[in-house]
Write a protein that binds this ligand. Structure first.
Ligand code: GDP
Ligand code: IMO
Ligand code: MG
Length: 425
C-alpha cells in the first residue's frame, strides 16, 4: 500500500523511531508531519544508536528521500546540528535526499525563551514541556505572525517579522516573567547568517510527495509524540501543541490521500509518560521502578526519567478510534521479562461506574480507578526470538489478549532495540 502512517498510541516514546527505520526498508519517501525537536526517536543498527529529533527516522537507509512537512515546527539551529552529526557518521544528508517545506514554521530563540519563562512562572501546574519552544512557535503560526522557511530568502521580511514579534515577546518576557529581553537585530542577524545553509533544503515537498505517490512509491508518514499528547484529543492541558493523530498526516505534509492507507499504531507493551498529567496505570512502586530500569526509561530528548506503569487498554481503545488504526506494532515486550504477573487495565471505575473509554472532562482522567486483568508473566529471555511461534506461550497469550481487547491485528512484535530484533507476524 503506498501510504503508511506511523503514530504513537500512548504518551510518546513508544518506539516509533525503531519501527519507522524498519519500515523505511520498503519505502522511498519518509515525511515528518508535525511536532518538532521535542521528539527524540531512537534507532539502533548493529548496536550503534542514533537519536533523531527532526530529521525523519528513515534517513539511515541510503535509498530513501526524507521530508520535513509544513506541519512541523523546525528549529533551524537544531536542524543543522543534526545534519552535521549525521554527515560525520557518513550519512548522506545533502538536499538531494532531504527537504523542508517552504511552509514549515521556524522556532526562534524567543520561542524557547517564552516556553521556559512560562514554565518557570507556573508553580503546581507545570506542564513539564521539553523547553524547545514548540508551543510558542505554534502560537505564532495560529496568530499569523510566524516566520516560515520560505521567508529565508527575504532578509528584510525576516527583520520586520522578528522586530514585530519581539515588540510583543519582550514586553511579556520583561514585564510579566522578569526574564531577559532578546535583541531583534541579533536574532535576525543570527538567522540570516545560517540562511545560506538552510535555503538549499527548502523545496516543494508536497509536489515531490505527490509525484512519488503517482509513481506508486511507498510513502511513510512519521508521527511524533503520542495520541494522548494530541492538542485536541490528549489529556489537555497536559499535551503538546500539535495534532499528533494520523488524520493530521495529510494536512501536515500537504497531500490529500487517495485510496487506503495503512495506519500503524505503536504500542509499548506497558505505559510511560514524561512530564505532568494524568496517568491512571502509573506504578509509583517497585514495579514501576523495575519497568523504568529494565526499559531504560529516560527521555531521548531531555534525559528526564519517564514515569512507568501497566498497559492501559482504555486509552489504547481511544487511540484505535482516533487514528483509525489498521494494525499495531507492539514494542519493548522483552522489558516485561521477570514479572511473575502482568497487568492490563481493561476498564476504569469512574464515579462508581465502569467505563470502557476515557471520560472527556478536563481532569477527569485523574479521578478514575483502573480495573485490571492479571495474566501470567514470563522469565525467559525473548530478545533473540525471531519467529512468533518461538515465543513462550505466556508471552503469546499476553500479545493475543491485547489484540482481542483492541480489536486490531498486531503485525509486529519488537523484542529489543535493534533493527533486527523484530518479529513480523
Ligand atoms: P520514540 O520517541 O517513539 O521513537 O521512542 P524513543 O526512541 O524515545 O524511546 C524508545 C526507546 O526504547 C529507545 O531507547 C529504543 O532504542 C528502545 N526500544 C525500542 N524498541 C525496543 C524494544 O522492543 N525493546 C527494548 N528493550 N528497547 C526498545
Ligand atoms: P516522541 O516523539 C514524550 C511531552 C513533554 C510535555 C508535553 C508538552 O519522542 O515520542 P512540549 O515541549 O511538546 O510543549 O511538551 O509533551 N512530550 C513528549 N513526551 N515523547 C515525546 O516525543 C514528547 N514530545 C513532547 O514531556 O509533557
Ligand atoms: Mg522519544
Amino acid at each position: 500500500m503506498p501510504n503508511t502512517i506511523i503514530v504513537g498510541t500512548q504518551w510518546g516514546d513508544e518506539g516509533k523511531g525503531k519501527i519507522v527505520d524498519m519500515l523505511s526498508q520498503e519505502s522511498r519517501v519518509i515525511v515528518r508531519f508535525q511536532g518538532g525537536n521535542n521528539a527524540g526517536h531512537t534507532i539502533c543498527v548493529a548496536g550503534k544508536q542514533t537519536i533523531l529529533h527532526l530529521i525523519p527516522s528513515g534517513i539511515l537507509h541510503p535509498n530513501t528521500i526524507c521530508f520535513i512537512g509544513n506541519g512541523v515546527v523546525l528549529d533551524p539551529y537544531v536542524f543543522l546540528e543534526e545534519v552535521d552529526t549525521l554527515a560525520r557518521k557518513g550519512v548522506d544528508v545533502s538536499p538531494t535526499r532531504l527537504g523542508i517545506s517552504p511552509k514549515t514554521h521556524l522556532i526562534l530563540p524567543y520561542h524557547k525563551a517564552m516556553d521556559n519563562a512560562r514554565e518557570s512562572a507556573r508553580t503546581k501546574d507545570k506542564i513539564g514541556t521539553t523547553g524547545r519552544g514548540i508551543g510558542p512557535c505554534y502560537e505564532d503560526k495560529a496568530s499569523r505572525t510566524g516566520i516560515r522557511a520560505c521567508d529565508l530568502t527575504h532578509p528584510e521580511r525576516i527583520r520586520a517579522k522578528v522586530e514585530r514579534a519581539l515588540l510583543e515577546k519582550n514586553t511579556l518576557l520583561q514585564g510579566l516573567y522578569h526574564a531577559e529581553p532578546l535583541d531583534p537585530k541579533k536574532v535576525a542577524d543570527d538567522l540570516l547568517a545560517i540562511a545560506p545553509r538552510l535555503i538549499p533544503y527548502v523545496t516543494d515537498v508536497e509536489n515531490k510527495i505527490e509525484r512519488a505517490q503517482k509513481d506508486g512509491e511507498n510513502v511513510l508518514f512519521e508521527g511524533a509524540q503520542g495520541t494522548h499528547l494530541d492538542i485536541d484529543h490528549g489529556t489537555y492541558p497536559f499535551v503538546t501543541s500539535s495534532n499528533t493523530v494520523a488524520p493530521n498526516a495529510p494536512t501536515g505534509s500537504g497531500v490529500g490521500f487517495t485510496g487506503d492507507s495503512r495506519v500503524v499504531g505503536i504500542v509499548k507493551a506497558y505505559t510511560t509518560r514524561v512530564g505532568a498529567g494524568a496517568f491512571p496505570t502509573e506504578q509509583k512502586n517497585s514495579e514501576g521502578e523495575a519497568l523504568q530500569k529494565n526499559g531504560h526509561e529516560f527521555g531521548a530528548t531531555t534525559g528526564r526519567p519517564r514515569r512507568c506503569g501497566w498497559l492501559d487498554a482504555v486509552i489504547l481503545r481511544q487511540s484505535v478510534r482516533l487514528n483509525g488504526l489498521t494494525e499495531i506494532a507492539l514494542t519493548k515486550l522483552d522489558v516485561l521479562q521477570g514479572f511473575s504477573t502482568l497487568k492490563i487495565c481493561t476498564a476504569y471505575n469512574y464515579n462508581g461506574e465502569r467505563v470502557d473509554y476515557p471520560p472527556q472532562d478536563e481532569g477527569s482522567l485523574d479521578l478514575v480507578t483502573p480495573i485490571y486483568e492479571e495474566l501470567p508473566g514470563f522469565s525467559e529471555d525473548i530478545s533473540q526470538c525471531s519467529r512468533y511461534q518461538d515465543l513462550p506461550e505466556t508471552v503469546r497469550t499476553y500479545v493475543e489478549r491485547i489484540e482481542t481487547l483492541l480489536g486490531v491485528h498486531i503485525s509486529y512484535v519488537s523484542v529489543g532495540p535493534n533493527r533486527d530484533q523484530t518479529i513480523v507476524r
